[in-house]
Write a protein that binds this ligand. Structure first.
Ligand code: ZN
Length: 206
């Protein structure tokens, strides 16, 4: 078992390297690594991001639902539904902020953008499993009816240094953290250079 798994991971690494050499998006590499991490319980399929699927909260979700295996700079994943279905003004603001952060030596990666309703529901179901109740899960994952990700009006940024940079500079681009408990969740909530509105306690509030 261990040997076959190691062989599998080795195969994936080689495949990922080949994809990189062929000029494919660097996002293929973390995607492949993640697939490898679940090699024991899912069908392994290594390919371009359009073919990514995952089990989330008992549902199978795919790139078409807005699922992304791992974060990447917005320019690298601009063609994926996660980014392409965002509100154009938000997308432009994030792209500008990403460029400004890069000048400060900080890489802004998008861990999540637009989500299809079914994907949001899958995340909520997963949240209920993890937190034990719908009320607690809703502090972290909104319902499909209320989620600004479903509306294409939110992005989750990473890593930590990017979130810290956004806290300080995001409003120059109109980007604001909107929930006190989610330092990574940004929305276009003011004009460029404007004041951000007060944060809500969490996604279950107001
Ligand atoms: Zn979010």
């Amino acid at each position: 078992m261990q040997k076959s798994r190691l062989h599998l991971i080795a195969t994936i690494v080689v495949t990922a390297a080949a994809l990189t050499v062929a000029g494919c998006a660097a996002a293929s590499i973390p995607a492949a690594e993640r697939t490898g991490a679940h090699a024991g319980d899912t069908t392994v399929s290594v390919g371009p991001p359009s073919g990514e699927t995952a089990e989330v909260g008992g549902h199978t979700v795919s790139t078409a639902d807005g699922y992304a295996a791992d974060g990447a700079p917005i320019a690298e994943i601009a063609h994926t539904p996660s980014i392409a279905n965002l509100d154009p003004d938000l997308r432009r603001a994030v792209a500008r902020a990403t460029e400004a952060a890069a000048e400060d030596g900080v890489e802004v990666r998008i861990n999540s953008g637009w989500r299809r309703r079914a994907y949001q529901q899958a995340l909520l179901d997963q949240g209920v499993e993890e937190h034990g109740s719908l009320d607690e899960a809703r502090r972290w994952v909104n319902t499909p009816d209320r989620s600004t990700h479903v509306q294409g009006r939110a992005v989750d940024v990473g890593a930590l240094d990017a979130a810290v940079w956004m806290q300080e500079h995001g409003r120059r681009f109109g980007l604001c953290q909107t929930y006190e408990n989610e330092s990574w969740h940004y929305e276009l909530a003011t004009t460029a250079g404007g004041e951000c509105p007060p944060m809500r306690r969490d996604s279950s509030a107001g």
